[in-house]
Ligand binder design. Structure first.
Ligand code: FES
Length: 74
């Protein structure tokens, strides 16, 4: 689902960025452009980021061996 229409950023883009260690809204803006223009998406982007952070912390607890096994672009 598109979260940021100005920059065509989806919830999957945000979740992938969080998996790669981009956890701040500033980082998401710098990396994806999310909330960098009209900023109408900022609240929803923050909610998606928070969900992704909560999910990643649960996954780390449930499966420590899988932590850090996501492919992130260099
Ligand atoms: S909708 Fe995200 S900056 Fe405009």
């Amino acid at each position: 689902m598109y979260i940021c229409l100005c920059n065509a950023v989806t919830d999957r883009d945000i979740r992938r960025a969080v998996e790669c260690g981009i956890t701040s809204m500033r980082g998401l803006r710098d990396e994806l452009g999310c909330a960098g223009d009209c900023a109408k998406c900022a609240r929803h982007a923050r909610d998606v980021r928070d969900e992704a952070l909560a999910e990643s912390s649960q996954e780390s607890v449930l499966s420590p061996a899988m932590a850090g096994m996501t492919a992130c672009p260099a």
